[in-house]
Ligand binder design. Structure first.
Ligand SMILES: [Zn+2]
Length: 165
């Protein structure tokens, strides 16, 4: 007999960029806004741009590999909420915020469609993380940020939802 999962509501799945500037902020934002203590983090550079259009049959191996990781998080960890994150100044996806916003919307719809057989009620939420890049390349701020965790606070308050399905 399959045991009732005890993890429901405790774990979220997050498809995030590899960018180190947004890891803690995104984790904290999920914890604060959704009361979820643990996050399965799946990272690729510019991850909002790896999802093919719904009408394209050809899927990249990177997309397939990412989708397999999502399925593990949903099936084994019983996650029922997925976040997909884009951000300013992205090395892996150097597009404008406007272009990335459209990529995020497209990818959220695609992902929702891809996981409907596993859990049709699973939420998929696209996030945008604004960054002031000068702030992060100013070395004098390093100590302040490490000690006070201000980077988290500064960025977390500006994270916004692009699309929720
Ligand atoms: Zn990035």
């Amino acid at each position: 007999m399959k045991q009732t999962p005890e993890t429901s509501g405790n774990i979220a799945t997050c498809l995030n960029c590899i960018d180190g500037r947004i890891q803690f902020p995104v984790l904290n934002w999920i914890k604060i806004c959704y009361g979820i203590p643990f996050v399965d983090m799946i990272t690729e550079p510019g991850i909002v741009n790896i999802f093919p259009n719904d009408n394209e049959h050809a899927k990249s191996s990177l997309f397939e590999s990412t989708l397999e990781k999502v399925k593990i998080s949903l099936n084994i960890h019983d996650s029922d909420i997925i976040f997909l994150v884009g951000h300013d100044d992205c090395a892996g996806n150097p597009e404008s915020p406007q272009v990335q916003e459209n990529q995020i919307k497209k990818s959220v719809r695609n992902l929702k469609n891809q996981i409907k057989d596993i859990n049709p009620s699973c939420k998929v939420i696209g996030l945008w993380v604004p960054l002031e890049k000068d702030l992060f390349y100013d070395s004098s701020l390093k100590e302040r940020y490490l000690e006070k965790n201000l980077a988290d606070v500064d960025i977390v308050k500006n994270i916004k939802i692009i699309l929720e399905l």
